[in-house]
Design a protein around this ligand. Structure first.
Ligand SMILES: Cc1cc2nc3c(=O)[nH]c(=O)nc-3n(C[C@H](O)[C@H](O)[C@H](O)COP(=O)(O)O)c2cc1C
Length: 172
């Protein structure tokens, strides 16, 4: 079951008009809430937006991004934020990005499970979005995703073959 979701989930950039039911929205947020995190500090906060004017303002900041139209078309926009103080750093690698990444991935997979599409949008103008949404200065805006019923299911862009990504016993 899970493998089907992993392999069939696609980034959805075209959406239908059908609204997202409240129970489904709550289910995807619950999936995000259940994610593991650094010392269980749960550094993430999500901003859920349905207001078209706010979605339009955010979309305006995404000129040139293939996800721009997706945000305008989808009935819901979810903005993933993080408080870096509520996570750690190891070998110079900031774990708040991973914490949010894992939580967002759970959200995206549950969305697919519910028949809904998402698209991770990471190429963003953080300060512009922070100002539109009133996100405090100490909180990072990490990613956005539209959420809605897919209008088109794209073909898989494919994945590298297993032998290219896995070394067994040692590198090489
Ligand atoms: C960290 C990250 C950042 C991404 N940023 C964007 C983005 O800014 N705009 C966009 O349209 N898609 C973005 N994507 C979606 C990828 O293009 C997509 O996941 C990839 O092409 C594989 O396609 P699939 O999700 O349908 O399997 C991003 C994905 C990830 C994981």
């Amino acid at each position: 079951m899970a493998m089907k979701i992993f392999s069939e989930r696609r980034s959805i950039r075209r959406y239908g008009d059908r609204p997202v039911e409240d129970e489904k929205l709550e289910a995807v947020l619950e999936a995000a809430r259940q994610a593991p995190s650094w010392a269980n500090m749960q550094c993430w906060t999500y901003v859920v937006i349905k207001d078209s004017a706010v979605k339009e303002a955010v979309a305006e900041t995404l000129k040139g991004n293939p996800g721009q139209k997706a945000i305008l078309a989808a009935p819901v926009l979810i903005v993933a934020c993080a408080d870096p103080e509520k996570s750690g750093t190891v070998n110079g690698q900031p774990y708040y990005m991973l914490d949010v990444g894992i939580s967002m991935q759970q959200l995206m997979l549950e969305a697919w499970n519910q028949g809904l599409g998402t698209c991770w949008i990471g190429w963003i103008k953080e300060d512009e979005i922070r100002s539109i949404l009133g996100v405090p200065e100490n909180i990072r805006v990490v990613a956005l995703t539209p959420l809605g019923y897919p209008a088109v299911l794209p073909e898989s862009p494919g994945r590298k073959p297993m032998q290219e990504i896995v070394h067994r016993e040692k590198w090489g």
